[in-house]
Design a protein around this ligand. Structure first.
Ligand code: SF4
Length: 366
């Protein structure tokens, strides 16, 4: 297949679903790790095409959703400082902290700007030498190379008024934490194709082996996802637990080595808190010692801010595959995209937002 339409072809989807019905002899629970996959699944009704008993649960793969409340609070605190230009991707602006969001800080007259790349923030720093420019560096392995590049560029240009508020997270430790939990229902994973485009597939092999769990690197179009499910279920039925690559058109086994080298040059692995889930050892990135001068937490003295999360939102359970958005009593009533109680309703990749957008009509008629 060469064109996007071919990956959305209804006849091809039906064929894969029929193949799946022939292969599956018993119920299995699979987790798609990436929020982009969750949206495609709900939008195209892929879960409804699966044979009875083959269940997809939604993982912690939305960067906005897993950014902890206390980092949002730190972002707001920095954004409210005099002389600061606080830069972020747009979807972070409405994520609730413990008392407000970045959009409120902007509405109060503070200089909060939406940018499309961390390199835009570097350019802003160069153009505004009398201001402090901070970029909110969230996301998985996919966004880390661009953030690393921003630090490298600021360093080369000798910019002293640029920094990153870093909240990077890594996928393999999250899979490890999910599988190590007694409560886990997950029997196979669809790993996020774009993360593997950067990191390759090698780091998943020890996890597949240790937890005897199939991991299929999967793309984002409906036929990608159905094929990923078919490959994972085939492994489960055959008693195999291997790493397979459904998304070979983008993912090379070794990944993107220059991008990996850049990440390693600028960042090092560190423990990281995940919103709704808690701290996962060695599951994040922080700036390495030679680049700590670009660390906004130290620069603005906000590293000690800690916050407990409100308990009403069950997004942590949703992102661990233990609940679904429609199980949440607040869904669609007290929690909507206009009045979100949790990040999974705010983010364009959040599971609750996907159900709200594509399933609410169905739900309200049942
Ligand atoms: S519906 Fe709202 S409150 Fe419920 S889990 Fe989703 S984001 Fe949290």
């Amino acid at each position: 297949m060469k064109y996007l339409d071919e990956y959305r072809d209804a006849a091809g989807a039906k064929k894969l679903a029929a193949q799946l019905r022939r292969v599956a002899t018993r119920p299995w629970t699979l987790m798609e790790v990436c929020g982009g996959q969750t949206h495609a699944i709900i939008k195209f009704g892929i879960d409804e095409l699966l044979p009875p008993g083959i269940e997809l649960v939604h993982g912690p793969g939305c960067p906005v959703c897993v950014t902890p409340v206390e980092i949002i609070d730190k972002a707001i605190e920095i954004a409210r400082r005099r002389g600061v230009i606080f830069c972020s991707f747009g979807d972070m602006l409405r994520v609730p902290g413990s008392n407000g969001d970045l959009l409120s800080a902007k509405a109060d007259g503070h200089d909060v700007r939406i940018v499309y790349s961390p390199l835009d923030a570097v350019r802003l720093a160069a153009a505004n030498p009398d201001r402090e420019v901070v970029f909110f560096a969230v996301g998985f392995e996919t966004t880390a190379p661009a953030n690393a590049m921003a630090v490298a560029q600021a360093h080369q240009r000798g910019l002293k008024n640029f920094s990153l508020l870093v909240s990077h997270v890594l996928v393999p430790p999250a899979i490890e934490s999910l599988m190590a939990s007694q409560r886990s229902r997950v029997q196979a994973f669809l790993a996020a194709g774009h993360v593997c485009t950067i990191m390759g597939v090698e780091e998943y092999k020890p996890l597949a082996e240790r937890f005897r769990v199939p991991i299929v690197v999967t793309g984002f179009e409906p036929l990608d996802i159905l094929q990923g499910v078919l490959m994972a279920v085939t492994q489960l039925e055959e008693g195999r637990a291997e790493v397979e690559n459904q998304y070979a058109r983008s993912v090379r086994p070794e990944g993107n080595r220059p991008a990996q080298a850049l990440i390693r040059e600028i960042f090092e692995v560190a423990d990281r808190k995940w919103r709704g889930i808690g701290e996962i050892p060695r599951s994040g990135l922080r700036l390495r010692e030679p680049y700590r001068m670009y660390d906004a937490e130290s620069k603005f003295g906000v590293a000690s801010i800690t916050r407990e999360e409100a308990t009403e939102c069950i997004s942590g359970l949703i992102m661990q595959g233990l609940k679904k958005p429609l199980d949440c009593p607040a869904f669609g009533t007290r929690c909507t995209p206009e009045t979100p109680l949790g990040a999974t309703m705010v983010s364009s990749e959040g599971a609750c937002a996907a159900y709200y957008r594509y399933r609410r009509a169905v739900n309200s008629t049942t």
